[in-house]
Ligand binder design. Sequence first.
Ligand SMILES: [Zn+2]
Ligand SMILES: [Zn+2]
Length: 556
Amino acid sequence: MVPCRARPIGNRSDDRAKDPVLTGNFPLSAWCAFVCFDTKIHGRVAPLSALEPKSGVPVVCLAAKPAPIYRPRQPRQTPLYKTIERYLPEFERTYDRRYAKQYGRWRPIIGDVARRFLRCGDLHFGFARFRCPDCRHEMFVAFSCQQRCLCPSCHQKRTLLTAETIAQTICVPVPHRQLVFTIPKRLRIFCRHNRNLLGELARAARRATVEVYRQVLKRGDVIPGMIAGIQTFGELINYHPHVHAIATDGAFTSDGTFLCLPKVDKQFLLDVWQDKVLQLFVAEGKLDQDTAKQMRHWPHSGFSVDNSVYLAPHDTAGLQRLAEYILRCPFSLARVVRMTKDGSVIYRAEKDHCRRFPGPASRDLRGGPKRNFQVFSALDFLAEVTQHIPDKGEHLVRYYGWYSHRQRGIRNRTRQVGQVESDKLTIDRSALDTQTSATGGALSAWARLIKRVYEVDPLECPCCGGQMKIISFIERCQGDVIEQILRHCSLWEGPLRTSSGARGPPQQPARASPPSDLEFVPDPAFEQSECFESDGREFAKEATGELQLVLDPEFL
Ligand SMILES: [Zn+2]
Ligand SMILES: [Zn+2]
């Protein structure tokens, strides 16, 4: 008999509030039942005594306080995972024939990243064991893939950390603006086949900004601070290379004085941007001088610059939000609405209003129908998504001028030798430094990020509120140990299908149906997943014949 005060832990805090607290002497078997119940609900909690039968230390689950509990995601349940798992081998086999012409040659990094993504957050590929030192409650946390632009979870973690650094460490407390630079469709295709041009575009944006700022301020020696984020996607994951930048709304002199920028004529900024880009494409041999000259005179050139978003000095939260927006993943899992039986994927736009998609090729050619969603065959979806995966070592964020690594290095050295920096720009980072050293390392960064996103501390013991600690790592190479533990905890789902062998091609033709013939055959497994309940979703056909995907507000 084990003296114990226990409460089964429910799915939600209100469930737990309803459950009685059971106090008394329980036979060990009854106590095990509690722990097993716990295991099922969390899906990640292991009964300690069963894993370590010799420890002989009973676990006492105290009444849990009604607080939200960290519940690890279920990576295998997402339509993105299902699509990649089912169709990746076929996609790789047929890429050259189907997609190489349009999307460029096959890049081996696509296969690498996709396979890593399939292992991300999956306990079957290893995990860390956490234990509460107070009540010895245990939890497993799977390893993540850390891949950019395909794994939404890892991309988001990276985004939050980088955005935090940008907002709190790199940007100085002066006014900032968002600058968005776009190029015409005619030029985008070159970037698709030569990713080096993306970096050149960011440099062109910097050159345009510096030139305009210097002319407006009438000083040839000032430098603005600029952080440029390269995005290759439009709202329906179509290829749309453009540059988002956070730029100081003014420029610095060599002694560190910040000169605020008066209102800039948008047309002037646009003209300079257009010049820089055309010069770049001519220099790269993609355009001849005559074509570039013609493009300068097109009434709708396809070039644009937007500088309407302004951030006041000290608006760190605004900078953080803007940086997160600039660094975001090319697509959102929440917008992958549904996967049909034949593998087609329905992806919706971020905003509800309809736009023509694809847009008109030029002012003489009509675009596609107006809609706020796109239907892809599984293979087309993979082609669209994976084209945004950057090459190894490719920088999607670049720091220029006052915010360049060089300038920041010079300022840091100046600070170290005790030279006084302008009062206005001195930033006290002591609080940040303390936070970093106190939390220490990637693990705490992970816990802090989850806490910030979900308002739940994943390291807080759900049983007693204590601080959980890592006790061991079970690595991928320990396959038999992993299987033994997961089977014991009823978490074993079998080996990965894509790893064990390619599936056959889908039975249905691969191309997506035109919107007017849409017929949605939901995948039963997908329908059952808790995140995507089908209630409240329907396709409405407007009187104009334009389709719009109407979603339950809760789903949005
Ligand atoms: Zn990942
Ligand atoms: Zn505990």
